[in-house]
Write a protein that binds this ligand. Structure first.
Ligand SMILES: [Zn+2]
Ligand SMILES: [Zn+2]
Length: 131
């Protein structure tokens, strides 16, 4: 199964990975560096880790979100994208996750309301024009 690498957009084949071999290795190396640094310096902050490992703060936060780090930076603060409560892993807190309809894969469809309003306006426009 061929897909495009999430990072460099190169086409590659792998059943589960979302990035090509090269990028995967790079991310793995970054992850190891972050993990190592945190194991040696458990009280480090995100900024310190980024500076010492030369890895992007965003990438470090991604590792934290994925829940892959056993030690997370002291000031790593993730917050629920819905209610803003502090969380330690993922993007949404447990409470909000359980409130989301588990059957709907896409929890947010902000465009659906706007587009239905749009079509109503267009409909009224048509009526006006017909008169
Ligand atoms: Zn790649
Ligand atoms: Zn929440």
């Amino acid at each position: 199964m061929l897909k495009n690498c999430q990072v460099c957009n190169k086409v590659f084949a792998h059943p589960t990975r979302t990035m090509c071999d090269e990028c995967y290795k790079e991310v793995q190396a970054s992850f190891e560096a972050v993990k190592d640094y945190l194991l040696k310096n458990p009280g480090a902050t995100v900024a310190e880790v980024a500076q010492e490992t030369e890895i992007d703060v965003e990438v470090i936060y991604e590792f934290i979100r994925e829940g892959r780090l056993s030690v997370i930076p002291r000031d790593a603060q993730l917050s629920c994208e819905i209610c803003g409560d502090p969380i330690t892993v993922g993007r949404v807190c447990r409470k909000c996750r359980s409130e989301l309809d588990p059957s709907s894969a896409a929890p947010f469809q902000p465009s659906s309301r706007a587009s239905s309003g749009d079509s109503r306006v267009r409909y009224l426009d048509q009526i006006k024009r017909q008169r």
